[in-house]
Design a protein around this ligand. Structure first.
Ligand SMILES: NC(=O)c1ccc[n+]([C@@H]2O[C@H](COP(=O)([O-])OP(=O)(O)OC[C@H]3O[C@@H](n4cnc5c(N)ncnc54)[C@H](OP(=O)(O)O)[C@@H]3O)[C@@H](O)[C@H]2O)c1
Length: 321
């Protein structure tokens, strides 16, 4: 008898289906373009939370001759939306080969007035500056941390991504070579945590469980709720404005490793795309979206039987710490 939600393994399939979350712009849109242009992928399902923006992005790619791009709505924080995507994929394809979890937010408030007021749009001001200096100026001019933005960041980058993986897992397991690529960040490396105990616990994938990881994330969210940034730092969470983003990506990395251990038939990997010029970085990144996406697509297209539970940065495997 077939269990609810499971997918029967039919004859080996020659089709290859990929889903990309947050595909309407930035790195996600470029990943869709590159995967669709790769001869080995039959269909790329470009997903986006906004129907109009997503459909327009898919149309743009089809206009480039990539007729294998289809659009489906997906808000990764919305359980019914995730369930609708899972149903669509199950009935249309019966399996999923590649899931690129790209949708994500930085967990800061963007102060639009300051962006429009333009110190940030004058590119010449930034020539010769590295990432740290650029981020410092962004924080000065147009980005602000707030507990609410931090909580939405955890809800999206960690819980939302986990929800998508959970719903699509039966379809990934129905593929002969299922792959999950989590678009993470070097900000998720454990070196950003002040607490040696937290670093050790999140790195110890032999003993870490999903339940414990959820508890760690809830503890961070309660500390955010309780207010002062100083309190957050005194507990050994990552310091500074990117604290919530760092926790979200570190937790996503740790979850990827737990998942990779639990499902050895899948390839579950994380990748840092670089500091990329997208809306997230107010277009002040140092890497073009094409290059950021290439790093992501390269992990999605690793040869069969490649690494799993790994983290990639600058096109090579790197430590999670
Ligand atoms: N840019 C960088 O330097 C950099 C560095 C390291 C890692 N990353 C990671 O790369 C990924 C892509 O970022 P990006 O730079 O391309 O940013 P971006 O241009 O802001 O794009 C983010 C995408 O995620 C979507 N999204 C946000 N919340 C969502 C939700 N609840 N459900 C579905 N989609 C949602 C956005 O949709 P809307 O258009 O509807 O908002 C958008 O399509 C993120 O995971 C980010 O953390 C980026």
């Amino acid at each position: 008898m077939e269990m609810e939600g499971s997918v029967s393994n039919g004859p080996p399939s020659t089709t290859r289906i990929a889903v990309v979350t947050g595909g309407n712009k930035g790195i996600g849109l470029e990943v869709c373009r590159q995967l669709a242009g790769n001869g080995g992928i039959t269909t790329v399902v470009l997903t986006a939370r906004d129907e109009a923006r997503g459909a327009a992005a898919a149309e743009k790619l089809r206009a480039l001759g990539l007729s294998n791009v289809v659009f489906h709505q997906l808000d990764i924080t919305d359980a019914p939306s995730v369930a609708r995507l899972a149903h669509f994929l199950k009935t249309r394809f019966g399996k999923l080969d590649i899931l690129v979890n790209n949708a994500g937010i930085v967990g800061l408030e963007y102060l639009q007035d300051h962006i429009d007021g333009t110190p940030t749009t004058d590119e010449e001001k930034f020539v010769g500056m590295g990432m740290d200096q650029r981020l410092e100026l962004l924080l000065k001019w147009c980005l602000r941390a707030s507990p609410d933005a931090g909580k939405i960041c955890l809800r999206t980058n960690y819980h939302g991504t986990k929800r998508v993986i959970g719903a699509l897992l039966p379809l990934l397991l129905a593929s002969a070579d299922g792959r999950v690529v989590n678009v993470s960040s070097e900000f998720g490396q454990l070196r950003h945590f002040g607490s040696a105990d937290l670093r050790r616990e999140l790195a110890d994938v032999e003993t870490l469980t999903e339940e414990r990881l959820d508890e760690v994330v809830s503890a961070f969210v309660s500390d955010l709720d309780s207010g002062a940034a100083a309190a957050v730092e005194s507990r050994g969470w990552p310091a500074g404005a990117f604290s919530a983003y760092m926790v979200s990506k570190a937790a996503l990395n740790a979850y990827s490793r737990v998942l990779a251990r639990r499902h050895p038939s899948l390839r579950v990997n994380c990748v840092h795309p670089g500091f990329v010029r997208t809306d997230m970085t107010v277009n002040l990144g140092l890497v073009a979206p094409e290059e950021g996406a290439r790093r992501v697509a390269a992990v999605a297209l690793l040869p069969a039987g490649g690494p799993t539970g790994a983290y990639f940065q600058d096109r090579r495997q790197a430590p999670f710490v």
